[in-house]
Design a protein around this ligand. Structure first.
Ligand SMILES: [Cu+2]
Length: 160
């Protein structure tokens, strides 16, 4: 039984490590979310993983943060079926929950076409996180107990 449980425990440990290393990216860094910024350059070289958060800072109502489908991205259309989510509050945070390519545009007319758009490739886990999880600093038995307790707490939270 112990052997059968081990892969699950290892998976949980890796999952916790991935959650612990989740990163918040401020889109455009100090420039924020606005016209005149090259967001492809901003995104290039960064690695995004499930659990990471994108923080968009801009003047309320001056822009939108619209996650769109690929066709919405290609055509700069953030309306109807192309729009997966949409916000213009001025402080939008998007936590990425699924791997794959995610597309964001500003849906104010003309802004997407003039550069307020970017696509990011999101991996299921952050590379490097699993390597550190493979050499825990505490004995495996202790880690298993901690993980089991955490999993139990998470299940209770999910139930209530
Ligand atoms: Cu805009």
């Amino acid at each position: 039984m112990a052997n059968a449980a081990f892969p699950l425990v290892a998976l949980l440990v890796a999952g916790c490590a991935a959650l612990a290393s989740a990163t918040t990216f401020t889109v455009g860094d100090s420039q924020g979310w606005t016209t005149g910024v090259n967001y492809d350059s901003w995104a290039s070289g960064k690695s995004f993983a499930v659990g990471d958060t994108l923080a968009f800072r801009y003047v309320s109502k001056a822009h939108t943060v619209t996650e769109v489908s690929k066709s919405g991205y290609d055509t700069c259309s953030g309306s109807g079926a192309n729009a997966l989510s949409d916000d213009d509050s001025g402080s939008t945070t998007v936590t990425i929950t699924t791997p794959g390519t995610h597309y964001f545009i500003c849906n104010v007319p003309g802004h997407c076409a003039s550069g307020m758009k970017f696509a990011i490739s999101v991996s299921a886990t952050r590379s490097g996180a699993s390597a550190s999880a493979a050499s825990p600093q505490v004995p495996a038995t202790t880690a298993s107990v901690v993980v089991a307790a955490a999993a139990g707490a998470a299940i209770k939270l999910a139930l209530f």
